[in-house]
Design a protein around this ligand. Structure first.
Ligand SMILES: [Zn+2]
Length: 85
């Protein structure tokens, strides 16, 4: 089981534009880490070093496939779907 901490870090979802202020993870996110938006249920990729104000970008097709192949991320998405009904 992963031990998660909550970090204050604002981001803008690259899918819906929601401003998210917290990041739950084992450590501060680094470039390439995955973010999950609690509004739209989509995944974004951290891109902290770029000029992107959002700090997140859309995943590439390969990244999206890797995320959905990961049981941990599938569980997050399923839990969000279950709570959204
Ligand atoms: Zn979103």
């Amino acid at each position: 089981m992963k031990t998660l901490k909550t970090f204050r870090l604002w981001t803008l979802c690259p899918h819906c534009g929601r401003r998210n202020e917290l990041h739950d993870g084992e450590a501060q996110p680094v470039n390439g880490d995955v973010s999950f938006c609690i509004k739209c249920g989509q995944f974004g990729i951290y891109d902290l070093g770029s000029a992107r104000e959002s700090r997140l970008r859309l995943p590439s097709l390969q990244e999206a496939e890797e995320v959905m192949a990961d049981a941990y991320f599938r569980e997050i998405r399923q839990t969000w779907l279950d709570l959204s009904i």
